[in-house]
Ligand binder design. Structure first.
Ligand code: C2E
Ligand code: MG
Ligand code: MG
Ligand code: MG
Length: 291
């Protein structure tokens, strides 16, 4: 068949590559358009401390597409951290999330706001100036109420720069969270060497803790390690009351997930907080048996 295709046979290998590159370009264009036209927005998902109730929110990016409606990052993930777009998106997210959080602080709702920062923005030499500028523009938002969430990607690309940048964030008073913890291939090194205040246990470990002894063991170990290191630990993907009860007995500090609240428009947050009812009454129930 290769012979029959003659000198055009290389296309057979080239074509699928082109297709993928084309799709990636389409997604980048869509995101660029959305930036230009103001079609990006943030939804916010509450984070609750088991012992104290709501403490903060995570800002999650949404794209309001003229035809396809509200899109989640899954629809444009490939372009989120494109070197050319990462910084524009990061600056939008910092400005928008800080403005919203400052409004809440002025209303007497001193929520912490967590923002996801892509690797290429974190490693950009302008990142600290971008962060400082966003903080300066919102003087009623204390830097200690800001948290930057990073995944393993940035330290994997350039460990030294990531380390220095995160240390500088801490010096500004900004908190660091290690997002999707456990999924990277150097998580324990990050725990050892990066200046973080929070660990967010990835939802893939939390999902089956009720039934899977391995996941139960891993989450138990991560929570215990976090506490020994003096770090705050948040379980992501908490989807049921059973999850919440078990995590409470493991002494996990904070919960985030659909069982607590779905991500929502910022206008809905104050009402949600007023109506919040804890899923777990800490201390009085008998611990569930391990799987
Ligand atoms: P992430 O930072 O780990 O955010 C948590 C994701 O899990 C969110 O998806 C959230 O809606 C979802 N989630 C929350 N609770 C549950 C649950 O109980 N069950 C399940 N199955 N899922 C839950 P979302 O909003 O689609 O965001 C996906 C990812 O996109 C984020 O993962 C983050 O890596 C990225 N992302 C979101 N916003 C931004 C942003 O502003 N900048 C950058 N660079 N990345 C972002
Ligand atoms: Mg996150
Ligand atoms: Mg995560
Ligand atoms: Mg994630």
């Amino acid at each position: 068949a290769a012979k029959a295709a003659g000198r055009d046979c290389f296309r057979w290998f080239d074509w699928p590559m082109d297709k993928r590159q084309e799709e990636a370009m389409e997604v980048r264009k869509m995101l660029e358009n959305a930036l230009d036209r103001g079609h990006l927005l943030l939804h916010y998902q509450p984070v609750v401390e088991i012992d104290n109730g709501p403490i903060g929110v995570e800002a999650l990016l949404r794209l309001d597409h003229p035809e396809r409606g509200l899109l989640s990052p899954a629809a444009f993930a490939s372009a989120l951290d494109a070197p050319r777009l990462a910084r524009r998106i990061g600056c939008f997210v910092l400005a928008s999330a800080f403005a919203q959080a400052q409004t809440w602080h002025r209303q007497g709702l001193p929520l912490r706001v967590s923002v996801n920062i892509g690797a290429h923005h974190l490693l950009d030499q302008r990142f600290l100036a971008d962060l400082q500028a966003a903080l300066d523009a919102h003087p009623d938002l204390p830097p200690s109420s800001v948290e930057i969430e990073i995944t393993e990607t940035a330290p994997l690309l350039d460990f030294a720069v990531a380390q220095d940048t995160l240390a500088a964030c801490n010096r500004l008073g900004v908190r660091i969270a290690l997002d999707d913890f456990g999924t990277g291939n150097a998580s324990l090194t990050y725990l050892q060497k990066l200046p973080a205040q929070t660990i967010k246990i990835d939802q893939s470990f939390v999902r089956d803790i009720i039934n899977d002894p391995k996941d139960y063991a891993i989450v138990t170990g991560v929570v215990a390690s976090a506490r020994l290191l003096g770090l705050e630990v948040i379980a992501e993907g908490v989807e049921t009351t059973e999850h919440a009860v078990l995590l409470s007995h493991l002494r996990c500090h904070c919960l985030q997930g659909y069982a607590i609240a779905r991500p929502m428009a910022p206008e809905a947050i104050p009402d949600w907080i007023i109506r919040y009812n804890p899923l777990v009454n800490n201390g009085f129930s008998t611990p569930p048996p391990p799987p």
